[in-house]
Ligand binder design. Structure first.
Ligand SMILES: [Zn+2]
Ligand SMILES: [Zn+2]
Length: 763
């Protein structure tokens, strides 16, 4: 007996080959009916024998195309009618927009095979794509997602492309960026003045320049990269000088896994991370010796490596045979990445010796994503290209909220229903270009997601650009959220938790509820509020922001705090090498409480220890000292559980975490020339022990046994893994970040959750 069912599918189901998939699934079972895109997702009606229809419904989510993400399937019974055959019905419009736009996706294996097949009509065509791969988010102007609303609108399809586009059984059915040599975008090589170099083979010409040690700007999916040969030390050095980037590591792109395995340690989980559809930059341990120039990542045991993801990347490697290319964002220092051809020529003048451009516009800039792998789990460090606009799926429905994030590594977050849309990495909001990018990103996301936020959540720091921007918004409710509360709420949201929980929020800088600079915080928190149960004891930050750039100041601060001026007589290399004049100025500032704000920052404690251990007195990029301190640990000493002691001093209803015993023991170790690897391990272990003790006490006094770990310090994998495993061993349930960054890139998600649970007010 025939039955008929109506099926509504929600999630990422458009632009990913979903309707041809449904067509095949239904046709194979002899079912009649139709499928269509709606603004809410995909609508299906099927009719046939009960067994076949049930089999169809059961398989539908399980066998969906690789890029689809099915988040809901609703089935209703309908009376059967005289329907015959199965059809794909063209999109309707209207209704509330609930459709999710797919992120940009790396070239698929089928397209890659065609790219290098001399008999294929797209042989070596740099813009080959299909429904399973290609640009999406970065070429979309509006929704629903179809060609006229993308930057492909200016390229009318040729007859052959049109036929593919219209054939439900073709891999390019409704592939919006579908194109070929006849009808699609083209590549050109431009000189430094923006004039096309009259060569027939622009890619071959770019390759010969790269081989000669030149820097070539290459237009990618989310913006321009600056490329040079990663094995050519002089070329890399030149790029560093031009980019004014002293030591911060560059990412490198290698042609395939085998190439990466020649210069990095790659395990199973790392391989899976490298091959994710977004092709993120994966931080991997460097092998020694290594063919990659030291200048790529100086003082660093890791390399940030990724695989090619556009056809143009594949063609560059096929033509050039490079073991690896530096592929760093096309920008100066911390400015946003360049996306427009003319903008690139103007902004990257003096950085690049040539420009490999094309005429498919990038509508929204989107940097590469960066991940690490620990305990077999992926850890997002910078969630950007390939992950945006995939939402973070929430446990409960939220009203429309815009959360504007922090100051550094900024992202924004928009919520709708059970979806939280984190923006791409916007970066450090400290220059005009970044402000503009911030505003563009907010505006673009609101448009393509059709969200009009009624609430805007922001950080409490009065000087953050994002905070100032939020406070200027009219007609919305405003909710200020404390920085570390937002971190813990972000971790709770990603893990679908309700409070209260114990939250360890460890990072460099966050504006405290008392106006001081927090960063070593133990909170008892739910979404609506938090209580500060413990924190690292306050010390002065001599010189304010200067102390962040110059870790020696934090070492002086801690030494003076614990030993008074007598520390100047300690027989330590660190003390001997201090500049007496600068030291005196720093000491006076602290004594007179001038330009020396108090801080409980964990990042600054890392800085102090790194400086004392002789690693680094000044840094060239954020968290450099802490990163180098983590890397100083030797694998051979992995079993060493010795730890520097802290003390817990009662304070109010909680504790202040004192570091006098730590610095006492550290100074003794330095006097006896204990190696830095061992000092680093004892310091890390000491932090783990004291926070573990705080968790025990809070379990005893509050009956809490769930612990959330968040904040930039947990991008330190030793700290993360040790804290996690020690807590778990004592019966705590530990929750960490994976798809959302632990650092400030994840802050906006937490702000949104807090705002949703708190009554709003105008400030
Ligand atoms: Zn493809
Ligand atoms: Zn064509």
């Amino acid at each position: 007996m025939a039955v008929r069912r109506a099926i509504e599918v929600s999630g990422i189901v458009q632009g990913v080959g979903f309707r041809p998939y449904i067509y095949r699934l239904a046709s194979e079972r002899g079912l009649a009916g139709w499928v269509t895109n709606t603004s809410a997702g995909v609508s299906i009606e099927v009719q046939g024998e009960l067994e076949e229809v049930e089999d169809f419904v059961a398989r539908l989510p399980a066998e969906a195309p690789p890029l689809a993400r099915v988040t809901g399937v609703r089935v209703r019974e309908l009376p059967p009618n005289g329907d015959r055959g199965f059809q794909i019905v063209l999109s309707r419009g209207g209704e509330a927009m609930q459709t999710l736009i797919s992120p940009d996706v790396a070239l698929c294996d089928d397209c890659r095979r065609e790219l290098f097949d001399p008999h294929d009509r797209r042989y070596k065509y740099p813009f080959i794509n299909c429904t399973n791969c290609g640009p999406r988010f970065t070429i979309v102007r509006g929704i629903p997602y179809d060609r006229p609303r993308t930057s492909m609108a200016v390229f009318p399809m040729c007859a052959a492309c049109q036929a593919e586009y219209e054939d439900p059984l073709d891999r390019r059915f409704h592939a919006q960026p579908n194109a070929c040599w006849q009808c699609g975008p083209r590549v050109e090589l431009w000189d430094t003045s923006g004039k096309a170099v009259p060569r027939r083979e622009p890619i071959a010409e770019a390759v010969s320049r790269l081989r000669a040690g030149k820097v070539v700007a290459v237009k990618g999916l989310g913006g321009f990269h600056l490329a040079c040969d990663a094995t050519n030390a002089a070329a890399v050095e030149r790029l560093r000088e031009r980019k004014r980037r002293v030591e911060k590591p560059f990412a490198i792109m290698a042609p395939d896994l085998a190439a990466i395995e020649r210069f990095c340690e790659v395990d199973e989980a790392a391989r899976a991370a490298l091959e994710r559809a977004e092709r993120p930059i994966v931080l991997l341990p460097k092998k020694q010796p290594c063919a990659i120039a030291d200048q790529v990542a100086p003082f660093n045991r890791y390399l940030g490596v990724f695989l090619p993801y556009t056809p143009l990347h594949h063609l560059l490697f096929a033509e050039g045979g490079f073991p690896a290319l530096v592929m760093t964002s096309g920008n100066l220092s911390e400015e946003p990445i360049a996306i427009d051809n003319r903008e690139a020529v103007a902004r990257l003048a003096g950085l690049a010796d040539g420009f490999l451009v094309h005429n498919r516009d990038i509508l929204l800039r989107c940097d590469d994503s960066v991940v690490r792998v620990s305990d077999g789990r992926l850890r997002q460090m910078r969630r950007s290209r390939g992950s945006v606009p995939v939402p973070v799926f929430l446990k409960d429905e939220l009203p429309p909220i815009l959360a504007v994030g922090g100051e550094l590594k900024n992202t924004v977050c928009l919520t709708r229903g059970r979806h939280a849309f984190l923006s791409q990495h916007i970066g450090d909001l400290e220059n005009l270009e970044s402000y503009r990018f911030f505003e563009e990103a907010v505006e673009h996301l609101e448009r393509i997601l059709e969200i009009e936020p009624a609430v805007v959540a922001y950080d409490l720091h009065p000087d953050y650009f994002s905070t100032k921007w939020a406070l200027e918004q009219k007609g919305v409710q405003l909710v200020g959220v404390q920085h570390h509360h937002a971190h813990i709420a972000s971790c709770m949201a990603e893990n679908h938790l309700e409070g209260p929980v114990i939250g360890f929020a460890l990072d460099g800088t966050g504006y405290g509820a008392d106006g001081r600079i927090w960063g070593g915080e133990v909170l008892v928190a739910d979404y609506a509020g938090f209580e500060r149960a413990a924190h690292l004891a306050y010390v002065p930050l001599p010189g304010g922001a200067a102390a962040i750039r110059e870790p020696w100041r934090m070492a002086v601060s801690y030494l003076a705090h614990h030993f008074g001026r007598d520390f100047l007589r300690l027989p330590l290399a660190f003390v001997r090498d201090l500049d007496p004049r600068k030291t005196e100025v720093a000491l006076r500032m602290m004594e007179q409480q001038v330009n020396s704000p108090l801080t409980s920052s964990c990042g600054r404690l890392f800085d102090a220890v790194a400086a004392l251990a002789g690693l680094r007195r000044e840094v060239n990029y954020e968290a450099q000292a802490a990163i180098e301190l983590e890397m100083a640990m030797e694998e051979a000493e992995a079993g060493d559980a010795s730890a520097y002691p802290f003390e817990l001093l009662p304070q109010g209803a909680g504790w202040s975490i004192g570091s006098a015993p730590l610095f006492g023991a550290l100074v003794e170790d330095l006097k006896h020339n204990r190696p830095v690897s061992s000092i680093s391990r004892r310091f890390h272990n000491g932090l783990v022990e004291v926070f573990l003790e705080l968790a025990r006490r809070l379990r005893q006094t509050r009956g809490l046994d769930r612990v959330c770990l968040s904040g930039g310090s947990f991008q330190n994998l030793y700290l993360l893994e040790q804290m996690d495993s020690r807590l778990a061993a004592e019966g705590f349930q530990v929750f960490t970040h994976s798809e959302v960054p632990a650092g400030d890139g994840g802050l906006s998600l937490g702000q949104a959750l807090v705002a949703a649970h708190r009554p709003a007010r105008r400030p």
